[in-house]
Design a protein around this ligand. Structure first.
Ligand SMILES: [Zn+2]
Length: 326
């Protein structure tokens, strides 16, 4: 049974109408639009109050809009996400349940058994795949309240039940050993303190629970959704955000820090995992048309674990697939 605790002191929570109150430390965590807000730190892109206000406006719109319309509406009202990039992200976002289902299948997590936590769940694509298709009881956490509100509309439209909790990956509001599996797709490179996040993912995992983390650079500036992964990784880490800013002066500064496979392996070991397997990630783009793009993806996916290719990709690191067991 998954139990909520105070992310600050891990104390027991008392439920009051629309708020959780921590008995030991007195902190209060409001529930807005059906989502409890357990954040101790703000989203890097938007303040907590502003994020909540935006989420509440979106939830009003969600009463008359279906998920896809709400997603488009989100970009219409978000000037710092330019239309050409939005046009690029929307099809990806719509394909996320399918992408997540492919990832679950690839990692052997398709046969759901128990509680799954998705860290950095955004608009809930993984939750739809895990709970809607594969029988998990799914919980999603994300620092972006507004995105979870959009995700709530996705779950509603898909008829999928899953729990959404707004929280920092570094301070999860769950008791120790709550989950049978932990996934985190493309979250690691955006988290302020990734080691803490990996540690928290392990802490809330039961003994033997599987972890699947993928990491890549989803905000890279080039138009092609997978080629664009390559550029940023070559740039020294301290310059990566500036590099993106150089290409895109019209966007807000992105917080991106990509890591090498070796660094990731070390980080997961430091987080307490006995062994993390870091391999070049499979790439899924079910939203792409049939053709050369799909053929090259299929070829990449076939070759990525072959000796030689794997080593080469490990050095370049466009996208990693991290598997570990507690
Ligand atoms: Zn507390």
């Amino acid at each position: 049974m998954m139990e909520l605790v105070c992310p600050q002191c891990r104390g027991e929570l008392k439920t009051e109408p629309d708020v959780y109150v921590c008995e030991p430390c007195g902190r209060r965590y409001p529930v807005l639009c059906g989502i409890a807000d357990f954040r101790l730190r703000r989203d890097p892109y938007i303040g907590i109050e502003e994020d909540r206000a935006k989420g509440e406006r979106l939830w009003e719109s969600a009463q008359r809009m279906r998920f896809e319309e709400l997603l488009r509406h989100y970009y219409d009202i978000t000037a710092e996400d330019p239309p050409d990039l939005a046009a690029h992200w929307i099809p990806h976002s719509l394909a996320e349940p399918e992408i997540a289902a492919l990832a679950l299948r690839e990692s052997g997590l398709a046969a759901g058994a128990g509680e799954l936590l998705d860290i950095g769940c955004s608009t809930g694509g993984m939750l739809v795949a895990a709970a809607g298709r594969h029988g998990w009881r799914a919980t999603g956490v994300d620092v972006a309240f507004r995105w979870q509100v959009v995700g709530r509309a996705r779950l509603r439209d898909a008829g999928v039940e899953a729990r959404l909790v707004c929280a920092n990956a570094e301070w999860l509001p769950f008791a120790d050993e709550s989950f049978d599996a932990v996934t985190a797709q493309d979250a690691l490179e955006h988290v302020n303190e990734p080691l803490l996040a990996a540690r928290e993912g392990r802490r809330v995992s039961k003994a033997g629970a599987r972890a699947l983390w993928t990491t890549n650079n989803r905000y890279a500036p080039l138009p092609e959704p997978h080629l664009h992964l390559w550029g940023v990784g070559y740039v020294p880490r301290a310059w990566q955000a500036r590099y993106v800013g150089m290409w895109r002066r019209d966007t807000h500064p992105y917080s991106i820090r990509m890591r090498s496979g070796r660094e990731i392996r070390r980080m997961f070991r430091e987080a307490g995992y006995a062994e993390a397997r870091v391999t070049p990630a499979p790439l899924f783009a079910p939203h792409w048309p049939e053709g050369a793009g799909q053929k090259s993806l299929a070829l990449y996916n076939r070759l990525r674990l072959k000796p030689g290719v794997r080593q080469m990709l490990a050095g370049i690191g466009p996208r990693y697939w991290v598997e570990a067991s507690r």
